[in-house]
Design a protein around this ligand. Sequence first.
Ligand SMILES: [Zn+2]
Length: 108
Amino acid sequence: MSRFDPDPDKPYGSCETCGEAVADRPAMSAHFAATRATSGRSHTVRVTNRTRTERIEDALEELAESALYDFTESTSWLTNDGVTEEEITEAVRSVTADFADAWAHRDD
Ligand SMILES: [Zn+2]
């Protein structure tokens, strides 16, 4: 079992409104729909045991945030070479880095 595996003995989450355990995402959606239908407003579910996919997404999101931070911190070589912040602000709009595309072509 890795840090990305959910605890198999625990539910996906539990309802903060009524306390009901929700086994997985479909059960959570069903609980939202059922409570919306009966009271006009969905209950609130607190997720405490995220899925493996969600945990991996979280880790990748952290890496992406870190890469974005490094990107903005690494622009000093441009300004040191006479590029203004206004020029960077304008030009950065054309940057279209795509993490999924980079991953798909990682061995190119
Ligand atoms: Zn509930």
